[in-house]
Write a new protein. Sequence first.
Length: 113
Amino acid sequence: MSDCIFCKIARGEIPCRKVYEDDDVLAFHDIHPAAPVHFMLVPKLHIASLMQAEEAHAALLGKMLLLAPKLAKEQGLDNGFRTVINTGKGGGQEVFHLHIHVIGGGSLPPMVR
Ligand code: 5GP
Ligand code: ZN
């Protein structure tokens, strides 16, 4: 996707504060952090949201989920962290390239009771 901001970041056309990169996945700090540590995991493949994810993406999504705790630990989040995937306009998604937020470093209140 030529005009997608996270595709541009994945291609290196827009700078980011990189946390991790491999052939399939990029992780970078959120430009407007919601907590002391706030980064996002994105697939290099453009998938608009979780609603567009398919069976063929299962391994990629699994890889991203398993990377989350590894990278969180590397960022000092030994005590835990929150993962968030906003999906669709109703889910508060603003950037329509699937991403997993990893948030922590403070004491986060429960999000759902
Ligand atoms: P969403 O609401 O779609 O789940 O979250 C999108 C996130 O992307 C927001 O937290 C926003 O701060 C972040 N964001 C938007 N544009 C950029 C950008 O150009 N660079 C970085 N690093 N983060 C961005
Ligand atoms: Zn994209």
